[in-house]
Design a protein around this ligand. Structure first.
Ligand SMILES: *Cc1c(COP(=O)(O)O)cnc(C)c1O
Length: 396
């Protein structure tokens, strides 16, 4: 039987059967519009409220601080554009990092066109932003710091708590400055507490935590004013017009509950799978680099650079043998440009082209890892035989 192993859980996850079960009635008999006064409407309203509580519980927020959106991308757009457009009288400077998701980078670039200035902080070889660099970048006219909690390609966890402290200190001195973090990849992998982080805005996405695509949430804390980006009805406390996607919101709520309950066990399980994978790769394949600070990463991501190879070659070869991985983020694949994230680590273009992301999920087993460790070394060896650079250079 042809074996399929899905190791692209950072691109999207399968929907958990318990999540499907929870949302199903809202696709059939419980179809009401939450804004309607009658029974059908109130039934849907109740379901959305329950989901709001569950999302809030995952990140230790209050339910009325959760805005449902169409996904991580919209949450980031609403957070960054919404905050900057509302508060530009206080300044037009934004601080972010070079390794943010396109849903942050592209919004920042748009704001640059609109007259904002953006500082893109470096991450050095380990994929981590330095807190000193954050402090040094803050100016009197800085209104927003947007720093992801964990990176989607290499899994590095950023020092968001320290940034939260810096922002609080700035506020004590009277600065008008806010802090947004994209926690789409961190959710369900590591604990998230908006109070401990000290962030004002935090983005979540349903399809990265075993719920459907096209739904997400934005936490918006005390003292945050956002300019709505989606104008329409009075939904989501006037922050986001449009009839709620009730089934998917119910699904996101359930996924958040499962993520919270399973956090500790899933962390250990994923880390063990990843360690087994990385130990096996080190043992069997010469000339590899594991990207991102080893002890400051999400438990489920392994990003490996194979020298003298192109990541796409490995991806296609593995795909033919049933193994799904990715090179760079899904959004930038299809082009043969090396991943901007790997380039930001300072890897030369040639080397960076050889980066492949293996991202594990709760459906993966030890047998999956063993299968990959059987297939991958042969694939790498065969591809390297065809690589002119490899013949003349010794393995690193
Ligand atoms: C996937 C992802 C997003 C985008 O979320 P969508 O729900 O797919 O729009 C944003 N940020 C990070 C870090 C992601 O991994």
């Amino acid at each position: 039987m042809f074996r399929r192993v899905y190791l692209d859980n950072s691109a999207t996850t399968p929907i958990d059967p318990d999540v499907v079960k929870e949302m199903l009635p809202y696709l059939t008999e419980k179809f009401g519009n939450p804004s309607s006064i009658h029974f059908f409407g109130q039934e849907a309203r109740g379901a959305v409220d329950k989901a709001r509580h569950r999302v809030a519980d995952l990140i230790n927020a209050k339910p009325n601080q959760i805005i449902f959106t169409s996904g991580g991308t919209e949450s980031n757009n609403l957070a960054i554009r919404g905050l900057c457009e509302m508060n530009e009288k206080y300044g037009k400077h934004i601080i972010t990092s070079r390794i943010e998701h396109p849903a942050v980078i592209n919004v920042c670039e748009k704001l640059e066109e609109m007259g904002f200035e953006v500082t893109y902080l470096p991450v050095y070889g380990d994929g981590i932003v330095r807190v000193e660099d954050v402090s040094a970048a803050i100016r009197e006219d800085t209104v927003l710091i947007s720093l992801m909690m964990a990176n989607n390609e290499i899994g590095t966890i950023q020092p968001v708590r320290k940034v939260g402290e810096i922002v609080k200190d700035c506020r004590k001195n009277g600065n008008k400055i806010w802090f947004h973090t994209d926690a789409v990849q961190a959710a369900g992998k590591i604990p998230i507490d908006v109070g401990e982080i000290g962030c004002d805005l935090l983005s979540l996405s349903a399809h990265k935590i075993y719920a459907p695509k096209g739904t997400g949430a934005l936490y918006s804390g005390r003292g945050v004013r956002l300019k709505p980006q989606n104008l329409g009805g009075h939904q989501e406390r006037e922050k986001r017009g449009g009839t709620e996607n009730v089934p998917s919101i119910v699904a996101l709520g359930k996924a958040c509950e499962l993520a919270r309950e399973g956090l500790k066990t899933s962390f250990d399980r994923l880390r063990d799978l990843r360690e087994t994978f990385e130990d096996g790769v080190k043992e069997r394949i010469p000339g590899v680099i594991f990207n991102g600070k080893p002890d400051t990463r999400l438990p489920n991501i392994s990003n490996v650079t194979f020298n003298h190879l192109e990541g796409e070659g490995i991806l296609i070869n593995l795909d033919m043998q049933g193994i799904a991985v990715s090179t760079g983020s899904a959004c930038s694949s299809g082009s043969l440009e090396p991943s901007p994230i790997i380039l930001a680590l300072g890897q030369a273009e040639d080397l960076a082209r050889g980066a492949v992301r293996f991202s594990f999920g709760k459906e993966n087993t030890l047998e999956d890892v063993e299968y990959v460790l059987e297939v991958l070394p042969k694939a790498v060896e065969n591809l390297r035989k065809l690589s002119p650079g490899y013949q003349s250079a010794p393995a690193v």
